[in-house]
Design a protein around this ligand. Structure first.
Ligand SMILES: [Fe+2]
Length: 296
């Protein structure tokens, strides 16, 4: 694409991530947006330093990628715009657990665009991991098992455990078709087709596997940097190793329902009468009961 002749693109790690200089995000052209979409598809997370967008410029930029949504659960009194989600470390806004944004929803966010408004001189880096790389490096038997399973996600970290949804364990990217290992330690609670003991063994293995440093990139921030990430194929994590204030503003582009292979097996149902051990299946049982007959 011609536009890239004027831009500098520096890959930041072997698996994902690139820093891009050259674009002016305050007045992007259609060609700029098309080029950014292509770069995002290729690198999964891209960083554009020294942009300093205003709130209105930030929202306008986001709208070129799709319809925007506010955060469903977390509200911030200082948020300057209904479409901007602001997180300040001084108000508990440190996402120091690996996650893909909002996977407890039927249609988790497609992508996010973050503006680093204020950051500490040292620390507070963010890491991303490439979920396609994590999937590709699983053994064939585990890939095959994961291909045929689904997982239950909930918003317990937002104090809303009643907000739940079941998604494929392996998600197909809506544009590239690449497979992503779509379970995360923050929101994913249960592998639906396994019994509780099996799930408690395999799910933590998978959520830790995606954190393998070889699949990741770590970014050191400067104020004014804009970052875009593809929420269909990555997870991220903030290093909670800093003192002082760290403020981010984010717009979130609405997503679609994650698609994967059809589950090969039925959801686990505990045999026999209720017992003390039944509590391990209570959440899954209640979810399935409430959603009987609905397509999930
Ligand atoms: Fe996040």
């Amino acid at each position: 694409m011609n536009i890239r002749k004027h831009w500098q693109i520096n890959r930041l790690a072997g698996s994902l991530g690139a820093e891009i200089s050259g674009p002016d995000l305050s007045h992007p052209t259609k060609e700029d947006i098309a080029a950014l979409k292509a770069l995002l598809l290729e690198h999964m997370v891209i960083f554009l330093p020294d942009q300093h967008p205003t709130v209105d410029e930030h929202v306008r930029l986001g709208e070129q990628f799709g319809e925007l949504e506010g955060h469903p659960n977390l509200k911030n009194a200082y948020t300057p715009h209904e479409k901007i989600f602001e997180l300040a470390a001084s108000h508990g806004g440190i996402a120091d657990e690996w996650h893909t944004d909002l996977t407890f929803r039927e249609e988790p966010a497609r992508m996010s665009i973050l503006h680093m408004v204020k950051c500490p001189p040292t620390g507070g880096d963010t890491m991303w991991t490439n979920l396609n790389h994590a999937y590709r490096e699983l053994s064939e038997p585990i890939k095959s098992l994961c291909d045929g399973m689904t997982a239950l996600h909930d918003a317990h970290p937002h104090n809303h455990p009643e907000q739940m949804y079941i998604h494929p364990v392996v998600r197909m990217h809506p544009v590239s078709g690449k497979k992503a290992l779509y379970v995360n330690e923050h929101f994913t609670r249960r592998l639906v087709e396994l019994n509780a003991n099996e799930s408690e063994t395999l799910l933590p293995y998978l959520t830790r596997w995606v954190q393998n440093p070889r699949f990741t990139v770590r970014y050191r921030w400067t104020a004014g940097t804009v970052c875009m990430w593809d929420n269909c194929i990555t997870q991220h994590f903030v290093l909670n190793d800093f003192e002082g204030e760290r403020v981010i503003q984010r717009v979130t582009v609405m997503g679609d329902k994650p698609r994967g292979a059809d589950p090969k097996w039925k959801p686990w149902v505990r045999p026999g009468p209720l017992s003390a051990a039944s509590r391990h299946d209570r959440q899954l049982h209640l979810y399935l009961k409430e959603n009987e007959g609905k397509d999930s």
